[in-house]
Design a protein around this ligand. Structure first.
Ligand code: SF4
Ligand code: ZN
Length: 306
């Protein structure tokens, strides 16, 4: 069923087809409703957006920037991490710079090379690890550390419903239910000064919806994917879920919605393993030494950094 006489730009899983204007209204309402429903943003905030320059983070920044214009007590800036992934991150960072210049948003860029002495591409030449494992550890580490230095009250990420659904399934398959306890629209188990609260305003928006919103609103004009994606476990789970969704529409929504019902119990159950402090760098960690310090030690043993 079409929403009106205008040409539809997207079909929702409910069967409804929406035109550009109706879809934009539907999408933005959904994001604002998510923010209210999960109490993601207060009246007075110094928000940071973790900006990769891809469709998801540009969409979050675009919407939160508007929110800040309507609410002077909400400030918004962006943090980008340059991992050093040749022929990929340089392009998405260019999108990020362009967008922030145009939208008058302060952009802070931090790189693996400056912070850890090596680009991700170089790290992968000396360590036999899956790219996303080491990349994710260093990115989360830097984002949290820099968000604290910038005195941000919260850090918004571009995670969408598809990402969350993949994480839930991956944790099930890896018997990592404790990792699922940290998921949800507000990340983590407890609030702590060592940890800048991460929030996911696109939590209930599908990847297809975010992509459509980003393109029809001119937030980016080409799609870039990290060259390391095909090696990841996530990419395999993503393909499996897309396949299921095509055959059984609504699968992703149902998975995330049922997860949300169990999430309060999981958070309660794992509250005791909340944040510890790394004995080497004093950043938050789930063990005595954080994963970033463990990887840095392995790189030092290979004598590639001092
Ligand atoms: Fe890093 Fe993996 Fe994401 Fe590429 S796909 S940016 S390697 S986490
Ligand atoms: Zn550490």
């Amino acid at each position: 069923m079409n929403c009106c006489s205008e040409k539809p730009v997207i079909g929702l899983h409910s069967g409804e087809k929406l035109c550009r204007a109706h879809f934009t209204e539907y999408f933005e309402n959904k994001v604002f409703k998510t923010i209210r429903q999960f109490e993601l943003i207060g009246k007075d905030e110094n928000l940071g957006v973790a900006l990769s320059g891809g469709k998801d983070s540009l969409t979050v920044l675009h919407i939160l920037k508007r929110l800040s214009e309507e609410n002077p007590k909400i400030k918004v800036s962006a943090i980008a991490i340059d991992e050093g992934i040749h022929n990929y991150r340089d392009k998405t960072l260019e999108n990020a710079r362009e967008f922030c210049n145009k939208s008058n948003v302060k952009l802070h860029i931090f790189s693996y090379r400056e912070e850890f002495g090596l680009d991700l591409d170089e790290m992968l030449k000396v360590l036999d690890v899956k790219p996303c494992s080491i990349c994710g550890v260093f990115r989360r580490y830097l984002l949290n550390k820099k968000a604290k230095e910038l005195k941000l009250s919260k850090l918004a990420t571009g995670h969408n419903l598809d990402d969350e659904c993949q994480s839930i399934m991956m944790n099930q398959m890896k018997n990592s239910i404790h990792a699922s306890a940290r998921l949800g629209p507000k990340v983590g188990l407890v609030q702590d000064d060592k940890f800048v609260q991460r929030i996911k305003p696109l939590y209930l928006c599908t990847e297809k919806e975010v992509t459509t919103y980003a393109f029809i609103n001119g937030l980016l004009d080409e799609f870039n994917e990290c060259p390391n994606v095909p090696q990841s476990f996530r990419a395999n789970v993503r393909d499996m879920l897309n396949n299921l969704e095509q055959k059984f529409p609504g699968t992703k929504y149902s998975t995330v919605n049922s997860f949300l019902q169990t999430l309060p119990f999981l958070k309660q159950q794992f509250k005791a393993d909340a944040i510890k402090i790394c004995s080497k760098c004093s950043e938050p960690s789930s063990n005595g030494v954080c994963n970033a310090c463990i990887y840095l030690e392995r790189l030092k043993q290979k004598l590639v950094i001092k």
